[in-house]
Design a protein around this ligand. Sequence first.
Ligand SMILES: NC(=O)c1ccc[n+]([C@@H]2O[C@H](COP(=O)([O-])OP(=O)(O)OC[C@H]3O[C@@H](n4cnc5c(N)ncnc54)[C@H](OP(=O)(O)O)[C@@H]3O)[C@@H](O)[C@H]2O)c1
Length: 432
Amino acid sequence: MPTSLRAAARPVFDSRSPASVGLTFLPSLPMLPWSRSSAGLGGSMGEKTLVILGSTGSIGRQTLEVAARHRERLRVVGLAARRDAERLRRQAEEWGVSHVALADAQAAHILSHDRSLRVYSGPQGLCALVRELRADLVVAALSGGAGLAPILAALEAGSDVALANKEPVVAAGNLLTQTATRFGVQLLPIDSEISAVWQCLRGENRREVERVLLTASGGPFAGWQPEALAQVTPEQALAHPTWRMGRKVTVDSATLMNKGFELFEIKWLLGIEFSQIEVVVHPQSVVHSAVQFRDGSALAQLGCPDMRLPIQFALSYPERWESDFPRVDLPALGELTFAAPDPGRFPCLRLARHAGEAGRSYPAVLSAADEVAVSAFLEGQIGFLEIPRLVERTLEAHDAFAISGLEDVRRAEHWATQYAAGLVAAGGAGVS
Ligand SMILES: NC(=O)c1ccc[n+]([C@@H]2O[C@H](COP(=O)([O-])OP(=O)(O)OC[C@H]3O[C@@H](n4cnc5c(N)ncnc54)[C@H](OP(=O)(O)O)[C@@H]3O)[C@@H](O)[C@H]2O)c1
């Protein structure tokens, strides 16, 4: 039997339309818009139980590094990945975890001989794992749209979810926030820029926000001309100047699609409209973002480029725990620079904003088409500049429909995946 974990979640209020979420509940919002009352948070009194989805990846491993520093506060009870069975087994052994899931059924079969483990297999296995464990907090660190179903399952099981996995927020932000509201649980950002905005909003009144200044490193190709961008190789795109991340998010950072996805995270996780978000290129990645208020005052959050800091903030919330992570040393940095992005050179930002503003099934199509395009680029099937073109052509061909549940998201993703894959098979998106 699972060791877990918590009393049944009690919905605090009914789900509402997304327009009302985040803007109407409280005059001052120290917590997230749809979060349950602070009385419901069990975290500050004792141990928090934790499931990590994507534990073998970059964010997943860094989450375990953070957890290792706070073993008296955090107890890891479940781990999941796609196919890296050996690393998952080692993690389970180190953490004394008996419940694991692998989305790849063959990889899961390898672990099924281990008597100390209860192994959940296949994509549905991740949902079963979170449903059974009902941990206090589920860290969503899968890459891509595959994270959506287990995130929904975790929310429905009454777990708070700390989100690094941004594609589900793009594809189904509305659905996620409505589900969190209905089950009285919280969605907490992990992404460094979104965490920065969240931290700047602590204790502030969201109605007094004028705009968010969302910083972007600019990726490895800031300043490159189109002729040079057309020749970019996967190896070059995977060499990010300031962050060490998984392959998909690294390429998304190079095209600035990653920044476009962050618009959705700010909209859905923090209740700020797309029109209020301005992107600023800041190559040093020290100012993680800023919020400007209606009196003209701006608050920024600074930190070294180290994902463990925002991960720890999400795990410790509503507290701040001590850490030995590197500190910002402003005199040593000397100079921080800022510039406006060039939307002409990086059209993904424009595409993401348009898809977000158009709503309905467009965001799910944006995310799924980008997943196909990035994978085709990494496999050498299309060029770097064809990534935005492929996404744009898929969006243009789409006949949008309303999203009211997981099935609608799946339908939009399926259509976009087929259409974009067809473009790749037909020789790319016609840009080279
Ligand atoms: N890395 C960062 O600094 C960073 C910062 C902000 C946001 N994010 C976001 O966080 C998410 C994870 O990024 P990452 O850099 O940690 O990626 P990553 O290193 O590629 O790790 C992805 C993890 O998800 C698992 N996974 C991938 N596809 C899966 C599937 N279909 N089913 C089940 N598990 C699957 C992988 O398992 P296997 O190892 O078995 O393949 C691995 O554990 C992304 O959405 C990214 O945009 C990352």
